[in-house]
Design a protein around this ligand. Structure first.
Ligand SMILES: [Mg+2]
Length: 262
């Protein structure tokens, strides 16, 4: 059965209620010339749910299998999604090949399709609003993201984030392991042109985002996404459950701090 792509491309995830509406040009607020504070923002599972990218990639693989192997895209997608639901995170392509008797070396080809596909992603109205509010409040914004730079660039482009922040730093271009290496936070601070004492780092990962930023002398905000681990001794200065809380939390965190950015 061939299903029109427009009917099944819609991504379903627990985050849907929060991440379904694309950015609008009217939400853009230009930076001011008197920025005194800087925010380093993680990308995956902070500004958008990474699961959306995974689903988008599996859809691209499913379409490839329909074109190349005669397996309907819907069946292929359902097979890989079922494997993911059953706990085979990261092994969906292997599960697909196993179930359909496809050669194991096809996995490399499918992985290439997954990593190079043009993702179908939209930024939530909440995220757009938060970024606009931060910039209106005088924050300079840098996205600092781990992962293969080409893949991360495709995400940034799909989400329309470039116009909403001042810089995007692809961490693995500055250190092979990316965050939490000190070099990548130094690069983010350089792009911010704001000292660590007047900066915050926002992310969901206790090690890559929180510990890395803390070691660089940057105050931290952890976004506790659904299923995230609870607080620990290594937790951030502040934990929030919704990105919408960030502007007020960030302001309080740096209250009294005065940047020497000029
Ligand atoms: Mg993350």
């Amino acid at each position: 059965m061939i299903v029109p792509s427009t009917l099944w491309r819609t991504v379903s995830s627990p985050w849907d209620a929060r991440f379904t509406i694309g950015p609008s040009p009217k939400d853009h607020i230009p930076t001011t010339a008197t920025c005194r504070r800087g925010a380093i923002l993680d990308l995956d599972d902070t500004l958008y749910p990474r699961e959306l990218f995974v689903q988008s990639g599996l859809m691209a693989v499913a379409r490839h299998l329909e074109e190349q192997r005669g397996i309907t895209a819907m069946d292929a997608f359902d097979t890989m999604s079922a494997a993911r639901r059953d706990g085979a995170h990261g092994l969906e392509l292997q599960a697909m090949c196993s179930q359909y008797g496809l050669p194991a070396d096809l996995v490399a080809e499918l992985l290439h399709v997954y990593r190079t596909h043009r993702p179908l992603l939209t930024l939530s109205r909440e995220t757009v609003s938060v970024l606009a509010r931060l910039r209106a409040d005088g924050w300079r914004l840098v996205i600092l993201t781990n992962g293969p730079p080409a893949v991360q660039r495709a995400k940034v482009q799909a989400l329309g984030l470039s116009r909403l922040v001042d810089h995007v730093v692809y961490a693995e271009e500055h250190d092979p392991g990316g965050k939490p290496a000190a070099a990548v936070f130094r690069e983010a601070l350089r792009c911010l042109d704001v000292p660590a004492s007047a900066s915050i780092c926002v992310g969901d990962d206790l090690v890559r985002d929180i510990a890395g930023a803390r070691a660089a002398g940057i105050r931290t905000v952890r976004l506790a996404t659904p299923g995230a681990p609870g607080a620990s001794a290594a937790d951030a200065d502040v934990t929030i459950e919704s990105l919408s809380a960030l502007p007020d939390v960030a302001a309080r965190l740096l209250k009294g701090a005065r940047a020497d950015a000029s």
